[in-house]
Design a protein around this ligand. Structure first.
Ligand code: SF4
Ligand code: SF4
Length: 96
């Protein structure tokens, strides 16, 4: 089992929205964003090219749903974490 990412790339193009959606977990998210190593232009990560991550194997924890859970495990179960992330994906993809 693991997070089922479709690879749509929307999270890489909406880093501001991701920040807003995660407001309720502000401290943990701010820590992760403060360590984000790449430039963000209008919400788009500079490492996204042709809708693909060009540093996929070296991408930071904030880009990995499964890895990112370690920062939130005191706050929710893994099922709740996945559910929240699927909801964010759906919002970013224009689902609701
Ligand atoms: S928005 Fe969700 S499904 Fe799309 S690339 Fe990001 S994590 Fe994967
Ligand atoms: S480092 Fe890669 S996975 Fe992370 S936001 Fe940038 S393009 Fe997306």
């Amino acid at each position: 089992m693991g997070f089922n990412c479709s690879g749509c790339g929307e999270c890489c193009k909406n880093l501001f929205l991701t920040k807003d959606v995660s407001e309720q977990f502000k401290e943990s998210v701010q820590t992760l964003l403060s360590e984000f190593p790449y430039e963000i232009h209008n919400g788009i990560c500079e490492k996204l090219k042709d809708n693909k991550c060009t540093v996929y194997n070296e991408r930071p924890d904030i880009c990995k749903v499964d890895e990112g859970y370690k920062y939130f495990k005191e706050e929710m179960s893994i099922e709740e974490w996945y559910s929240m992330n699927y909801s964010i994906c759906k919002t970013l993809q224009g689902g609701e």
